[in-house]
Design a protein around this ligand. Structure first.
Ligand code: NAI
Ligand code: MG
Length: 362
């Protein structure tokens, strides 16, 4: 089978970390894995070339690809371009047109990096949890959304949290399905005690569990308690599923259990195509374009490489290859080959390409 990948390196360190992924794609290709890659512009670099943050041509390539690998976008150069064509608009367009409703953020603590966490080694060592955040609904998008001036001159601000049955059903299915391939446990986080959307979320998740995934363990947890538990005893979790707002916050908390921004991959998945069973998907590091280190060969490529690892696992079903890549990353970290952001005290930091080469070698 051929796996069609669209590479969108973007701006700043995006192209630097994408180059390292291309080395790994090349390694697999030489060993007979059928990857077909195309590369296109996104963000500021697309704006410079086409006057928009992503061209229609790039959008149709994204639609045709089995997976999109996205680097990062943005930089001071484009800070004053019009809102509709600013670099982030490229990412928002991709999310919208590909219907990417499920954001997967793993928090993995490699033993070699346990001392870089904000928490004690024994709390995080070997941690491997997955936060599944609903990405296209909830309070960030619900209408009305406005600041209104009242007759007495005072003002009122409104955001609206709305969830429909199908939105909660599909994100719950993604979470249960993932858990079934992991440690078989889903923790669903909401605030049913004070929010109607929380009551509803709990009802729908409970029904999907009962009807379709009764073999997976399900627990309900209040979102604020979930935040506490994440810093108290995070290893109790396997998959956490939650709405857009709570997921934004909980995934950032989980991220800091594991060390640097340069280590964090993510995936965004869309609806399953009924004919092929394939999902549209975009894989990207959590970090941005890091203008402060761009062009210097200092960026940690592991977040980007790990995002490709997620594509192997979730878009292509290449589980052995994904495991092999994960092991290579763990071994390289253990050997002390690290970029500056994760080098321990007294350790010699190496460059972006050194880490990529070391992973290929492993
Ligand atoms: P950032 O993630 O680019 O950088 C934050 C800090 O982390 C910087 O000190 C940077 O050097 C460091 N860092 C980030 N990635 C790293 C890596 N791989 N290796 C080593 N160090 C790394 O966030 P910031 O500075 O807030 O934003 C910079 C630009 O990126 C802005 O234009 C922003 O809009 C854009 N951005 C883009 C995102 C995307 O493309 N999805 C996400 C976040 C920000
Ligand atoms: Mg956030």
């Amino acid at each position: 089978a051929t796996h069609k990948l669209l590479l969108l390196p973007g701006d700043g360190i995006g192209p630097e970390v994408m180059r390292e992924v291309e080395k790994i794609v090349g390694w697999f290709r030489k060993r007979g894995v059928g990857f077909e890659t195309e590369t296109d512009l996104v963000g500021g670099s697309a704006y410079d070339a086409h006057g928009v943050a992503i061209s229609e041509d790039a959008m149709s390539r994204a639609q045709a690809a089995d997976a999109v690998l996205f680097g990062a976008v943005g930089g001071a150069k484009w800070d004053s371009v019009p809102y509709a064509v600013r670099p982030e608009a490229g990412l928002l367009r991709l999310r919208k047109d590909l219907g990417l409703f499920a954001n997967l953020r793993p928090a993995i603590c490699y033993p070699a990096l346990a001392d870089a966490s904000s928490l004690k080694r024994e709390v995080v060592e070997g941690l491997d949890i997955m936060i599944v955040r609903e990405l296209t609904g909830g309070v960030y998008f619900g209408e009305p959304k406005e600041i209104v001036t009242l007759e007495d001159g005072s003002q009122r601000a409104v955001d609206t949290q709305i969830y429909h049955t199908h939105e909660v059903e599909r994100i719950a299915r993604v979470a249960f399905d993932l858990a079934g391939k992991r440690r078989n446990k889903v923790s669903s986080a909401e605030k049913f005690n004070v929010m109607k959307t929380g009551v509803f979320w709990r009802q729908v998740v409970t029904r999907i569990h009962k009807q379709e995934f009764s073999g997976v363990e399900l627990e309900h947890v209040l979102a604020d308690n979930c935040a506490m538990q994440l810093v108290r005893y995070p290893k109790q979790f396997d998959v956490i599923v939650t709405d857009n707002l709570f997921g934004d916050i909980l995934s950032d908390i989980a991220a800091m259990l594991t060390g640097s921004l340069g280590m964090l991959p993510s995936a965004s998945l869309g609806a399953e195509d009924p004919a092929s069973g394939q999902r549209k998907a975009l894989y990207e590091p959590v970090h941005g374009s890091a203008p402060d280190i761009a062009g210097k060969g200092l960026a940690n490529p592991i977040a980007m490489i790990g995002s490709f690892g997620m594509a192997l696992r979730y878009s292509f079903g290449l589980l052995d290859e994904a495991d092999r890549l994960d092991r290579a990353i763990a071994n390289v970290l253990a050997s002390g080959t690290r970029t500056k952001d994760i080098a321990g005290p007294g350790m010699n930091a190496v460059g972006t390409q050194d880490v990529g080469d070391a992973i290929v070698k492993e």
